[in-house]
Design a protein around this ligand. Sequence first.
Ligand SMILES: NC(=O)c1ccc[n+]([C@@H]2O[C@H](COP(=O)([O-])OP(=O)(O)OC[C@H]3O[C@@H](n4cnc5c(N)ncnc54)[C@H](OP(=O)(O)O)[C@@H]3O)[C@@H](O)[C@H]2O)c1
Length: 257
Amino acid sequence: MSYALITGASKGIGKAIAFELAKHNYNILLTARSAELLAQAAEEIKKQYPVTVNFLPLDLSELNAAQKLFNWCVENNFPVSVLANNAGYGLSGSFEKYSVEETTNLLQLNIIAPTQLCRLFIPLLKQQQQSYILNTCSSSAYQAVPLLTVYAASKAYVLKFTRALKHELADTNISVTCLSPGPTDTDWANRAQVSDKILKMAAKLNMTPQQVAVIGVKAMFKKRTEVVTGFINKLGVFMAWLLPDSLVEKSAGKLYK
Ligand SMILES: NC(=O)c1ccc[n+]([C@@H]2O[C@H](COP(=O)([O-])OP(=O)(O)OC[C@H]3O[C@@H](n4cnc5c(N)ncnc54)[C@H](OP(=O)(O)O)[C@@H]3O)[C@@H](O)[C@H]2O)c1
């Protein structure tokens, strides 16, 4: 049986992706920082599905973390055929509100870790019959977002990186998919320190992590390059494509004021 490796799998969308892949008979490899939540998620998955679940607590924003995760998989002979790069977080408010360290940490987790993991795992993924990379992006990737500046830009990188990689790997056994959720009911907004105004607005649009995971995994198996979750988020992406950038960016910025 093949293995699926999911980052940011202790809660939220990543945990839901892990359940969804277990439903599709994949053995599951979980990683995130919280050992306790990972152990709990592993137990819950094993109770529900006849699969093996292993986990590695790791801070993926640390230098060399991707290499440590890769080494763990190689040393344990896990034949990974799904790599789900999902760990990530946002920081809302003015760019200057956050220190250089805080900003760098976000970039490390949202950009460097998934890039390094793709680079490290592609040779392993090539050894399997059919492999998949699922990168969790965001609907915010489709336009610049003032006051969510670094996060939206980091996700724009994930989007462009995933699209290009899809082309590069077109003649291989690896399919690459970008999953772009809009507001989803997880701990994301809390860690991003978004205002009560945004929280109230998001609550009206929120999807559940399970809904997002089902859409993402389905798109991944269909070998789609990208999927935006939900009608409203799709409409937002379409408007961002249709309207002038300056107008879209101005109204996006007003949201986070
Ligand atoms: N929720 C939304 O509205 C939304 C919308 C668009 C895109 N997204 C994207 O969806 C992905 C999942 O987020 P979520 O909404 O599920 O948020 P979440 O509930 O906060 O989950 C984030 C996951 O990432 C892990 N993580 C955070 N920092 C980490 C680090 N330094 N090293 C390793 N793992 C780390 C967390 O576990 P630990 O804390 O245990 O490390 C957790 O498992 C992210 O890439 C996010 O940007 C979310």
